[in-house]
Design a protein around this ligand. Sequence first.
Ligand code: GDP
Length: 362
Amino acid sequence: GFNCGIVGLPNVGKSTLFNALTKAGIGAENFPFCTIEPNAGVVGMPDPRLNKLAEIVKPQKVIPTTMEFVDIAGLVAGASKGEGLGNQFLANIRQTDAIAQVVRCFEDDNVIHVANKVDPASDIEVINTELALADLDTVEKGIKRVERVAKSGDKTAKAQLEVFQTLLPVLNEGKPVRSMDLDAEKMALIRELCLLTVKPTMYIANVNEDGFENNPHLDKVREIAAQENAVVVPICNKLEAEIAELEDDEKSIFLEEMGMEEPGLDRVIRAGYKLLGLQTYFTAGVKEVRAWTVRIGATAPQAAGVIHTDFEKGFIRAEVVSYDDFVAHNGEQGAKDAGRWRLEGKDYIVQDGDVIHFRFNV
Ligand code: GDP
């Protein structure tokens, strides 16, 4: 599965968000085969298509696809120099697929700010500087390594050395490598460095209930994000924590009263999904209708591999009906009768919403 690490300065609302996510999330009892760390929460992807498919197929079980959020506490200025829990913190971020940085955009005299005033630009800078310094260290070590290899005439090492050197001034300024817009070839050359500042990033702007509009703090976050290819999700974490406590029927009444179409958490989950270039395909049997996550561009065997590695190894073909056809023709048989059922081979690129039945050898 894919995961997203939640970072941010102390007292910006990380725990509030994380608790809301885990309350709204899927309990550990649903994942008997994997251990979920105490600082991780697994949340279901909100997807109305799944319910529509279930209405048609009437399965025994309906299972959404998931995304994991990891609470990575402990970032303080100086983390890259090992201050506080710095090293552990950086090691934890390295293991995530994407980063969600919570930024305080709410005024509240009762909540102490570590720097004594609400200042998103400065908060973001503190965090991004630590991440950039950590990357700087990694790049400098990388340069020493490839320099030696490049001397022996190795072409890849020479190309790497050239790209690595272009990263130095950017990181020295405390800017993320993400902001450089490197092409695919250069990205491939720096992949082995596992840099923190290339990870897809979203800023979660934590606002008060009335802070979604005319909020200069939020505007500032948007401005910064635009400069460095990051996404902004404005949300009121305090309100989300309250929503997450409610029973389902109370929830819809509450949302309606607040004039909200869905919990803000759903936007966070979707943003994480989009950030990672992910898409959903479905399997729809009478036992279980289920959503699965694959990268955009994945082939049919790769998609099969998400269910089980044996499915990928023994892949024969995929029987595919698009979501729209499945619904329009009231299920697989209807789609077949209408000529909308396809047999696809190993080169097929899976499309978002495909309803797939895999054939494989074991
Ligand atoms: P963390 O240190 O980043 O994990 O921050 P917490 O989630 O513990 O939040 C710090 C304090 O800010 C708590 O007292 C929260 O109740 C409060 N808080 C969190 N989000 C909001 C918000 O959107 N508005 C207001 N007014 N307070 C909030």
